[in-house]
Design a protein around this ligand. Structure first.
Ligand SMILES: Cc1ncc(COP(=O)(O)O)c(C=O)c1O
Length: 469
């Protein structure tokens, strides 16, 4: 039996955030994962922002460049294996940092230059965000975050640092845009609670909205952090997923016009989304604040990127023709997939916030709630998870202030699976709307389970051509 005796308060407290419906949905998926052949009525994972759409491009590159992964000794040359195995420099491989800096510039249309000396490598954006919070704030200090926000931030920003998150309440009334009154309200709220505000953190493009921030929102943020003398962390992990206009504008572009606030602004990046490599754990902090760079570099020794990974990625990113082509093709595929989701939802009578980036849509199911409360949002979520067999993320897990919004991911599955998910949803909405009962009256579990099975089996027959090989 596990005992809490003699353990730290971190080990025994419940502030990690893993009891959020966001993570609970993942657990349920793990228990009954959909597979087109072996488990066609299983749960389809639509709560995971993973990009699997362009894997074939990376694999084709690897096939064409076996030397990038091979450690075979070349006559007269230093052994690559030995060089990487003995590599001890915490600052990262210079070749990789150079390529990553250039790639980050490329993602921003080369409108801004990134210098490798201002880059700190981290084990993913998760570590980058936490490291920045450690550099900027002390336990009990506060960060302001626009809602809805990525559910992982409760863990990443608060758990080990002891920092508080104060929500900046954005609403559907303004298309969830950031407004000055909302920013000021959040700041005043923190002050009333006697919290010292140390910064604002935004994701651009937004997770979960799938939208890019406008230049005027970015200027508003710049004005705000200047006036309040606080920091700004911009998590730009989705910068390469901007598949539709308007184009992505990075905070670094705004800062280049306002050098006096440059040392208050820090960018987070990672290869988890744009290149679809979350397992490699490659992230970065980019900052013009020398002390932040120095401190984050020291801290990064607790979450380094292995030299072998850096070696491979330096070769991939160094192939400029490949990366340019990859980014274009990846965006085209994301756009097609997003359109497939939007039209599938539309055919079920469900709308979503217009989006132009990301791996998900922000979906409006307010009309399916029995009443506009978070209780009924959770009831709908459970029904969609257990009966319809789709794991989506309820807005409440993203701290949305309005019940009835859900984040639905579209890039971690095949076209056929997305098609099936939409057919399940359409059938569900049809069944509840043709019932004389209200939408939230429990449908018989057996009835639903049987139509989930029926739909799944027929899809298996029709769309075998789309099954993964
Ligand atoms: C906004 C945002 N930041 C950070 C992360 C974590 O990324 P990584 O896998 O690079 O740690 C995610 C992952 O979903 C994310 O959406």
């Amino acid at each position: 039996m596990t005992t809490k005796k003699f353990l730290s308060s971190k080990a025994t407290c419940n502030s990690h955030g893993q009891d959020s419906s966001y993570f609970l949905g993942w657990q349920e998926y793990e228990r009954n994962p959909f597979h087109p052949i072996s488990n066609p009525s299983g749960i389809i994972q639509m709560g995971l922002a993973e990009n699997q759409l362009s894997f074939d491009l990376l694999e084709a590159w690897l096939d064409a460049h076996p030397e990038a992964t091979s450690f075979n000794k070349v006559e007269g040359k230093e052994s690559v294996f030995k060089k990487l195995a003995l590599f001890q420099d915490y600052h990262g491989l210079p070749s990789f940092k150079q390529e990553l800096a250039e790639f980050m510039g490329e993602l921003r249309g080369n409108k801004v230059m990134f210098h490798p000396s201002k880059l700190v490598l981290t084990a993913g954006a998760t570590s980058a965000n936490e490291t920045l919070v450690f550099c900027i704030a002390d336990p009990g200090d506060a960060f302001l975050l626009p809602t809805p926000y990525y559910p992982g931030f409760d863990r990443d920003l608060k758990w080990r640092t002891g920092v508080e998150i104060i929500p900046i309440r954005c609403t559907s009334f303004d298309g969830f845009r950031l407004t000055r009154p909302a920013l000021e309200e959040a700041y005043d709220h923190a002050v009333k609670q006697k919290l010292r505000v140390k910064g604002v953190l935004v994701t651009n493009p937004s997770n979960p909205l799938g939208t890019t921030m406008t230049s005027s929102e970015l200027r508003l943020l710049a004005d705000f952090i200047e006036a309040k003398a606080v920091h700004l962390i911009c998590d730009e992990i989705y910068s390469g997923t901007n598949f539709d206009s308007p184009g992505f504008v990075s905070i670094t572009q705004v800062v280049s016009e306002r050098p006096h606030i440059a040392d208050q602004v820090h960018v987070v990046y990672s290869l988890s989304k744009d290149l679809g490599l979350p397992g490699f754990r490659v992230g970065a902090i980019y900052s013009q604040n020398d002390l932040v760079v120095a401190t984050a570099t020291k801290m990064s020794s607790f979450g380094l990127v292995s030299s072998q990974t850096q070696h491979l990625l330096a070769a991939i990113l160094g192939d400029k023709e490949f990366t340019r082509n990859y980014l274009v093709q990846n965006k085209t595929r994301l756009r097609q997939r997003q359109r497939q989701l939007v039209s599938g939802l539309r055919s079920a009578g469900i709308g979503c916030l217009p989006s132009n980036a990301g791996l998900f849509c922000w979906v409006d199911m307010r009309h399916l709630l029995r009443s506009s409360t978070f209780y009924w949002e959770m009831e709908l979520w459970k029904k969609i998870l257990y009966h319809v067999g789709l794991n989506i993320s309820p807005g409440s897990s993203c701290h949305c202030t309005e019940p009835g919004w859900f984040r639905v991911c579209f890039a971690n599955m095949t076209e056929a699976t997305l098609d099936l998910a939409m057919r399940r949803l359409r059938q569900f909405v049809h069944d509840i709307s043709t019932e004389t009962l209200s939408p939230q009256r429990q449908l018989g579990t057996t009835t639903i389970a049987s139509w989930v099975r029926r739909l799944s089996v027929s899809s298996q027959r029709i769309r075998v051509d789309h099954l993964p090989r």
